[in-house]
Design a protein around this ligand. Structure first.
Ligand code: 9YT
Length: 128
């Protein structure tokens, strides 16, 4: 087994920073778990367009509050600490953070760590 500490991931190559969020990737494809696990901070006041066409993602909010709007039906889902949302239909959505939101994200398939959001908010699949 292994233990991964957030303090060791911070400011390493597994700490990815964007305008709207920072993602500390605790477990990646290379860890061979079948999923990846990220400790992510979504910055207060931001709106991010996301559409993971190639991945399923579950997002557990452990701090803060905001909302998700699913594009297909225009439904707005308030999200706060101790709630998990599951993008079980590869749902295209907008994530809006009212405060800083700390989210634990699980991706299936696992991301490799090299993905970036393209113009559609998609992570392309990265082959080894
Ligand atoms: C909640 C969410 O999807 N945020 C975007 C970043 C992504 N989860 C990542 O790469 O950790």
């Amino acid at each position: 087994m292994k233990v991964v500490r957030l303090e060791d991931v911070i400011n390493s190559e597994q700490h990815v920073k964007s305008d709207n969020w920072e993602s500390r990737r605790l477990l990646l494809k290379k860890d061979n778990m079948g999923y990846s696990v990220h400790d992510t901070v979504i910055k207060a006041g931001t709106e991010t367009h996301i559409w993971y066409q190639n991945h399923l993602e579950a997002v557990y909010c452990i701090e803060g509050e905001g909302e998700v709007e699913t594009v297909a039906d225009g439904k707005v889902w308030p999200i706060k600490a101790n709630e998990i949302y599951a993008l079980d239909k590869h749902d295209e959505h907008y994530l809006r953070a009212h405060t800083d939101m700390r989210m634990v994200c699980v991706f299936d398939p696992p991301i490799t760590g090299q993905e970036t959001h393209n113009e559609d908010g998609v992570y392309e699949l990265v082959e080894d």
